[in-house]
Design a protein around this ligand. Structure first.
Ligand code: FPP
Length: 259
């Protein structure tokens, strides 16, 4: 466990990209890449836990992924089910709080039952908050939050209101977004939550990603100064907001009113 990482980097989100190219580069079908890619997911969860992270969010299936060939979509569904069956006991033993964020209603009923059973069973766990984004889109998450606030009768909302209506508000803002596979895009992932995230792009394709590379990235980024728009480094966005309010009040009192 590292000492200075856990307070700076609390929530890591990962876009697990490059499975298809990894497989094609080995003259294998794309789905083979997903199979290999899913086999390293548990290692990364374990590493996140050892690093003392509070939350890990993994992009497993985006709303755009629905346009992929049905065989590939079915493979991703089945890998999720297999992961849940295989890792359920370990998730419970390690006090991990498990969530799926997104619209997973089109998954087979057996998988929905597995997801909801595990969410219920782990809802009071105090360990790593592990979420899989499945059938997920960042814009639609924001819209869904706004719509639930409208349904509550709100006519004016705050940032806290919107944050509270997200799929998994307890996971909080993302401190570090990692994307494997070489592309430098955020692809509609956690749009609200990454407002001040550090971004890290690696050309390593997801099936080749290792615990060592993961740890190296977290260490490296924890060493980077996070300024949240200030001159000095601060530890959190809320600390920065607090300081901004104090400064704004001070400046307003000392600035002569112009009429
Ligand atoms: C991107 O690779 C990856 C995905 C669309 C899915 C990620 C899913 C997994 C790693 C397996 C799911 C496992 C669990 C346990 C939920 P790509 O196909 O876009 O790769 P490419 O960019 O090379 O085409």
């Amino acid at each position: 466990m590292m000492s200075n990482v856990d307070h700076k980097i609390k929530h890591v989100a990962i876009i697990m990209d490059g499975n298809g190219r990894w497989a094609q580069g080995r003259c294998r079908p794309r789905v083979w890449g997903h199979v290999r890619g899913s086999s390293i997911v548990s290692d990364m969860v374990e590493e996140a836990d050892e690093l003392g992270l509070k939350a890990l969010t993994l992009y497993a299936f985006s709303t755009e992924n629905w346009s992929r060939p049905p065989k590939e979509v079915m493979t991703l569904f089945s890998l999720l089910r297999k992961f849940l069956l295989k890792e359920r006991a370990r998730i419970i033993k390690n006090q991990i709080q498990f969530r799926v964020i997104g619209d997973y209603s089109s998954l087979p009923q057996v998988t929905i039952d597995l997801i909801e059973g595990l969410q219920e069973e782990t809802k009071n766990h105090q360990g790593l908050k592990l979420s899989f984004a499945f059938g997920y889109g960042g814009r639609s998450e924001i819209i869904s939050s706004v719509n639930s606030l409208i349904a509550q009768g709100k006519t004016e909302i705050t940032e806290e209101d919107l944050q509270g209506g997200l799929f998994y508000p307890e996971a909080g803002d993302v401190d570090l977004l990692i994307r494997t596979g070489g592309d430098q895009r955020v692809s509609n992932f956690l749009l609200w939550q990454i407002a001040y995230a550090e971004l890290f792009f690696t050309s390593t394709k997801w099936p080749d990603f290792t615990r060592e590379e993961f740890r190296g990235i977290v260490y490296q980024v924890a060493g980077r100064e996070r300024r949240f728009g200030q001159i000095q480094s601060v530890d959190s966005l809320s600390e920065s907001h607090k300081m901004a309010r104090v400064n704004k009040d001070l400046i307003e009192t000392i600035t002569p009113q112009v009429h």
